[in-house]
Structures are given as C-alpha cells and as structure tokens.
Design a protein around this ligand. Structure first.
Ligand code: G4P
Length: 536
C-alpha cells in the first residue's frame, strides 16, 4: 500500500488562456508515453466535434465544457493530471478541481507574466496551502527578463520563486537552460524539436565544448545572473515548497518540447505524495491507511449522450479501491456497491480494477452523489467538504410558462447540487431565484440543460452584481442581523442554499467598504464549508 500510494503524483496545471496549457499537457503525455505523437489531444478534440453529440452546446461553440483527468506512468510514478478548463468555460468547477490536486503547476507565458486567470487559480491553491511549481513557457520567443518574472511572482502573488533552472541567452536569442541540480546545460535547438520526444543535447556547463558554444558576453550575463540568484535568491527549501510559500521555477518551450522532460523529471522528484485530507472529526486521514475513502469533487452530466449518464469524479484520499467493493455513503445508511468504476485518459474511459490514494476514479451516478460527498469503507468517516467560491455574474431566473414552476425549482435544485451553478434566495422575498456563476457560459449551459433535461424553457435577466461575500460573525459577536449590517447602496442581501447570509455587491470596492464598516463580521470570498456527513 505505502509503495503504491508513494508512486502517485496528482496535480493540476493552472494558467491563463493561451499560455500553452494544452500544448504542455500534450507534451507531458508524450514524454510519459501515453501518446506517441503530439497533436493527439488537439486532434481528439477536433474529432470529438465531428463524431460525438454528447453535448450539443459544446459542438456549437467548439469548446470543451468539461475538465478531464489524464493518467500516465513516468520514472515509476503514476501521474494524474487534472485538467482545469480555461477560456469561456472557466467555472466554479475549475476551482473545485484544485481541491483534488496535491499540487499545481503554474504555467506562465514568458512574454506576459502573471495574468488574471492565473492569479485567480493561484489564490485557490493558496487557500489550500498546496505547493505551486512554476513553468515559464514560450522561451523560444522573445519574452520578459527572467529576473523580472521572478519579481512579478513575488509582487503579484506574494510567493517567492526559487529557480531550479536558469535560461541562457545570446543577445535576445534563447540558447537553452542550465539545470542547477546537476550543473548541466540543455541546449535549445528549435529545429530538432516538435511532435516526437527527443533527447536533450548539452553537457556540463564547465565542459569546454559547451563553453565554446557561448560567446563571452553570453557567459558573462549568465554567470552574473546565476551569482545573483545564488547569493540573493531563496535557496530550495522543501518545507517552504510544501507549504506553498516558495515555488520551484523552470523554463522551457512546450511547443518545441524544450525543457519539458527536464521539468517532468525534476518535478516528479519534488512534487508531494498524496496528502492526508482533514476529516470532519478533526484528524487527518493518513493516505496510506487500510481504510478506503474519497470525496466527490466534480459531477459531470451527459458525458455520453447515448447513455445519458452522470459521472461523479472521486478523489481517493486513503487506502485502496477495488472494483465491486462496498462503501458507506453519507445520506444512505445502507452500503453501496461501486460496480463500474472508470479511469480516464483525456475523454476516453476504461474500466479499472483497482486504484490507490491520489488517483481519480469515475463512478456512474444515478443522482446519489453531491459535490463534497465522502464515501468510505469506514462508517462515519467524512471529509470537510468543498467551499463555494464567489460567483462573478448573477442573474434572476424565471419560467416562461407558469405551469412549469415546479420543474424549474427541481431542475435548479439538482443542478445546484451538481455544482453547475450557485443558487441564492433573496433575503427579503425568500424566493430562490438568483443564480450565480463564475463564467457566463455557465448560464448558457444551465438554460440548455433545463430545457433538455427538465423540459423547462427558462428566462434570465442580468443583475448588476459581480462580487459575493459570505457574512460570518467573529467570535463573541452577536448573531447576524440584517437590520444593523451596513452594506451600502446597490447591494443585495441574500442567503445561500445552506442558509448562510451573503451579500451581493456590484464591485470589490463596495465589498471592502462593508468589510471596513461592520466590525463584528468577516466578509469571506468563499463559503463556510458544510460537511455532508448526513445521517451518520
Ligand atoms: P492554452 O491551452 O493554455 O489555451 O494554450 P495552447 O496550448 O492552446 O497554446 C496557445 C498558443 O500558444 C498556441 O498557438 C500554441 O501553439 C502556442 N504555444 C504553446 N506553447 C508554446 C511555446 O512554447 N512557444 C511558442 N512560440 N508558442 C507556444 P496557436 O497559434 O493559438 O495555435 P496552434 O495553431 O499552434 O495550434
């Protein structure tokens, strides 16, 4: 058990659209032997549009509405990459996916630095205190000064970076990277890289041949910079990396395969093993224990239109899973049998027989699971659940035909449980008709699914809010009272589905104003966690 769990590395790549996440993922799969020629993931995406009708919306828009999990083996590590969707399909799902990862790889474009979506995702990693590794991509093109990028990581994100490699330049031209671990140089030869895996060329930095390839000026600049990061930079410190305080930094070019394998090798050595998740009872559950447990972090409906199925994605937190095993489910005092578990490779599923802590498995779901549910072989074991994150768009929703009101309520309730949208009730009317989403595409998906699955044509109208804050009383403060709470003009008092008071604001400034003017309360951008321990 310990050996199997110790082999697992489960991570997500976080980035802003166009930084190269698809390309890097594909190259990691290439070096991991999961695909033979790069282009497969993109090609599969294209083929999917031609052959699959699993979600018409996806076809119409030509984008991916779901995130997936990819698995491969490298250097004896069983690697799980959790895909976090970007672009228009950025949603709360993206945040929740991070709850199933043990660490994150932050991909940044060398020319653009830290961009907004990267920062949002980074903040979620920070909440969870998981290690964040940095990969600076697109080094083959003219980009920003690497010292400048290090500075930006610190000033924007408040995290220090420790370069594990350092780039070499001849004037403005990128010549390769120096691996600080074994003092070797990996030379960049653009024309030799591409769709197939190749061996990096180079040698030790002090080697005559390598020295001869660089001009005096290039060596001088490199040696000066290296000295600077060695003297003034933060040394690698495993404890600081594990607590998310220090980010090991790498440089490369995913498109030309450069630096990808070096990154993969070093990263797998430094990345954490599956962590111990906190239980409701307060103790962490050791990943290597004999007790099987896991939690649902994502529910995907209609992955395959032909089967009209729902898949619950389960992160295994401890123990060993085997096909057909019986587990306790929180809202079901009976045991349930996990009959047809699947593992994932891009969007293709295959049935698996066993899996270990750190792995992600897919469970067929007939509506039994909710986001945050724990299942375990031990009765009563429950994990703390996944919080909700502040939506950025809000709409009021109503039915087109009055007779369909009940169907709408049912559809909204089920889709909120699945985590497709967040649902709020107006504090004063008590009507649950405010829907919130992180990306506006979620609203289109919602309307589409209400019509397709619940036979309700719904109408929405925009609301002028973009920030949600959960109001939590500080210790010793009186209970929340909307009459004394100062929230300024243009805001709305509401409640989430668990009954927590929330305030919707039109901008960050108004939210900060309320925060500064209500002494007894904390205004949080994430919800208090509600553990679905159910009847146990
Ligand atoms: P994303 O998933 O993060 O959105 O990014 P994606 O991999 O789709 O890459 C975005 C664009 O950046 C693509 O170009 C891709 O080829 C390019 N790219 C990725 N890595 C590198 C790199 O290391 N160097 C350079 N120069 N470019 C890189 P595109 O023109 O939008 O698409 P395509 O025609 O190449 O497929």
């Amino acid at each position: 058990m310990a050996a199997e769990v110790g082999r697992r590395r489960t991570f997500a790549i976080i980035s802003h659209p166009d930084a190269g996440k698809t390309t890097l993922t594909e190259k990691l799969l290439l070096y991991g032997g999961a695909i033979r020629e790069a282009g497969a993931v993109k090609a599969r995406r294209a083929a999917r549009h031609a052959t699959s009708d699993w979600m018409e919306l996806e076809k119409q828009r030509g984008i991916s509405v779901t995130s997936s999990v990819m698995q491969f083996t490298y250097d004896d590590c069983a690697v799980n990459i959790l895909d976090t969707p970007g672009h228009q399909d950025f949603s709360e799902d993206t945040y929740r996916t991070l709850s199933a990862a043990d660490c994150a790889v932050m991909l940044i474009d060398a020319a653009k630095g830290v961009e907004p979506q990267t920062e949002k995702l980074f903040r979620v990693c920070q909440l969870r205190k998981i290690p964040v590794f940095t990969f600076v991509n697109k080094m083959d093109r003219v980009g920003r000064d690497p010292l400048d990028l290090m500075d930006e990581i610190e000033s924007h994100l408040g995290m220090r970076a420790t370069p594990m490699a350092w780039p070499l330049f001849e004037g403005a031209t990128f010549r390769g990277v120096y691996d600080r671990t074994d003092k070797s140089v990996h030379l960049f030869q653009a024309e030799k890289h591409g769709t197939t895996a190749i061996q990096a060329s180079g040698g030790r930095y002090d080697d005559q041949v390598v020295q001869g390839l660089l001009s005096d000026g290039a060596r001088e600049r490199f040696e000066e910079e290296l000295e600077l990061i060695e003297v003034a930079g933060d040394p690698y410190d495993q404890q600081r990396v594990l607590s998310g305080d220090l980010s090991p930094m790498f440089f490369g070019s995913a498109l030309t395969n450069f630096g990808v394998e070096l990154f993969l090798k070093r990263f797998l050595k430094l990345a954490p093993l599956p962590g111990d998740y906190q239980t409701v009872a307060g103790d962490p559950q050791p990943a290597g224990s004999d007790i099987f447990s896991g939690f649902v972090f994502k529910i995907q409906a209609n992955m395959d239109r032909a089967h009209r199925d729902r898949i619950a994605f389960l992160r295994i937190c401890s123990g060993r899973f085997s096909k057909g095993m019986e587990v306790w489910h929180p809202r079901n005092t009976k045991k349930i049998r996990l009959a047809n578990p699947s593992s994932f490779m891009a969007r293709e599923r295959s049935v698996i027989d066993e899996a270990f802590a750190g792995d992600i498995i897919g469970l067929y779901d007939s509506g039994l699971f909710r986001i945050g549910d724990t299942i375990s072989t031990q009765k009563g074991l429950a994990y703390a659940g996944i919080p909700h994150f502040s939506p950025e768009s809000f709409r009021r929703i109503r039915v087109g035909e009055p007779l369909k009101r009940k169907q709408l309520a049912k559809g909204l309730q089920q889709l909120a449980e699945e985590g497709a949208i967040q649902l709020f009730s107006d504090h004063f009317t008590g009507v649950e008709d405010i829907v919130g989403a992180v990306g506006t595409l979620q609203f289109d998906v919602l309307l589409h699914r209400l019509e397709g699955e619940y036979n309700v044509k719904a109408l929405t109208s925009p609301e002028p809010y973009s920030v949600c804050r959960w109001v939590v009383g500080k210790p010793g403060s009186p209970a929340f009272d909307h009459k004394t709470f100062k929230r300024g003009q243009g805001s709305l008092m509401a409640r989430d589905r668990d009954g927590h008071p929330v305030v919707l604001f039109s901008n960050e400034w108004s939210a900060r104003w309320a925060e500064n003017n209500n002494e007894g309360y904390e205004l949080r951008p994430v919800s208090p966690v509600v553990a679905h321990a159910g009847d146990l």
